[in-house]
Write a new protein. Structure first.
Length: 349
């Protein structure tokens, strides 16, 4: 039986508890939280509940889940690995590359793994994008726009406080950066440009645009805003034979259009009245075009956790490696620097 402890019994702590319930050989045994009401929730769920880290790490645990606000991740991860547990940490792994390096050193010293919950690698929208790009369905890709927009404006609770690691770059940002990096694992990021703003949340970022240029010439743009009352697609991908978009965080709403295989060039009919006399920007003749269904994706909701269980048993390595997380955190730091200095930063990440 794999014994698991949970630090931070809030939204994500309980999300992981529900995932664990799918396995006969995994048992959540205890939780540590600094909020009385969350300790009661843990007891109600049948767990031992502790109000200090010291009491929690005295327990013999195979795996600890860290699901607290972000600034506690590094120190709790180190304490848990030193006490003999593997660690699955919520994203962002840490608040800085420096902290992450200390965590990685501890993992190497103790032989315990440290991995991060980057489960959005298994989301159906992302897998559909990967499949279309990797198969060359829309030709050579030039730009990938990955965007998440909300309507409620401000960040809430600890997410609005810099000392807890609040703000959207540490939140959605690390998922979207991870997805771009994992699309092209063999390519380097050669430059980073960013605009990171606090529009409605005073102390942390609630809007950002980050542009990553990859060594293969692809431009990855990630955009997050908490306040947008009109819709833009979740994904928009420009290829040199076609275009793909997905409207939402799922693979079913969107489309792919491309030039038919036997069409060599483009006609030069002058555009319709509505756009005035333009050839380049006029609509393409419909007979030149084909639309392609977005490829269906199987449900992979348990994929991340299946791998974690196999990794604890020593039967697999965690999907999310410390090298991958380190690249992601380097991009986060370069993005903050680029935004602050209003410069594009050359990188080899
Ligand atoms: N992977 C994902 O898709 C995803 C989604 C949401 C949140 N997250 C991450 O999960 C983590 C938790 O987010 P959440 O939405 O569950 O927050 P939450 O506020 O619902 O839960 C946080 C819990 O941590 C407890 N806590 C706070 N400080 C603590 C401390 N010093 N020691 C012990 N417990 C403490 C709180 O009492 C609370 O129960 C964050 O790192 C966040 O970025 C990841």
């Amino acid at each position: 039986m794999i014994k698991v402890g949970i630090i931070g019994f809030g939204y994500m702590g309980q999300f992981h508890l529900n995932k664990m319930k799918q396995f006969d050989d995994v048992k959540a045994v205890c939780a540590f939280d600094n909020d009385e009401s969350k300790l009661k929730d843990a007891k109600d769920a049948g767990l031992e509940a502790y109000d200090t880290l010291e009491k929690f790490i005295e327990q013999e645990l195979d795996l600890v889940i860290i699901a607290t606000p972000n600034q506690w991740h590094a120190q709790y991860a180190i304490a848990c690995m030193q006490s003999g547990s593997h660690v699955l940490c919520e994203k962002p792994a840490t608040m800085s590359v420096k902290e992450l390096d200390e965590v990685i050193a501890c993992s190497e010293e103790t032989g315990k793994f440290f991995t991060v919950h980057q489960q959005r690698r298994f989301d159906s929208d992302y897998r559909a994008i990967c499949e279309v790009i990797n198969k060359g369905t829309i030709g050579n890709v030039t730009t990938i726009e990955s965007r998440v927009l909300g309507e409620r404006g401000v960040c809430f609770g600890w997410r609005a406080e810099p000392e807890y690691g609040g703000g959207m770059l540490y939140d959605w940002g690390v998922h979207l950066i991870d997805q771009i990096l994992m699309l092209y694992p063999g390519e380097q990021v050669v430059s980073v440009n960013a605009r990171i703003l606090s529009i409605l949340t005073p102390k942390v970022d609630d809007f950002f645009e980050i542009t990553m240029m990859l060594s293969n010439g692809v431009c990855g743009k990630v955009i997050v805003g908490t306040f947008a009352l009109q819709k833009l697609p979740r994904w928009f991908v420009f290829g040199d034979r076609g275009t793909m978009k997905l409207d939402n965080l799922c693979s079913t709403e969107g489309g792919i259009a491309r030039i038919k295989g036997d069409v060599e060039g483009f006609d030069s009919v002058v555009g319709q009245k509505v756009i005035g006399p333009s050839r380049t920007m006029a609509p393409l003749k419909p007979e030149y075009l084909e639309t392609i269904a977005v490829p269906e994706q199987e449900n992979m909701d348990m994929e991340f956790w299946n791998n974690i269980v196999a990794a604890v048993k020593g039967e697999a390595v965690p999907y999310v490696t410390t090298e991958q997380i380190r690249r992601q955190m380097l991009i986060v730091e370069k993005a903050f620097e680029a935004s602050k200095t209003n410069q594009t930063i050359k990188t080899s990440i």
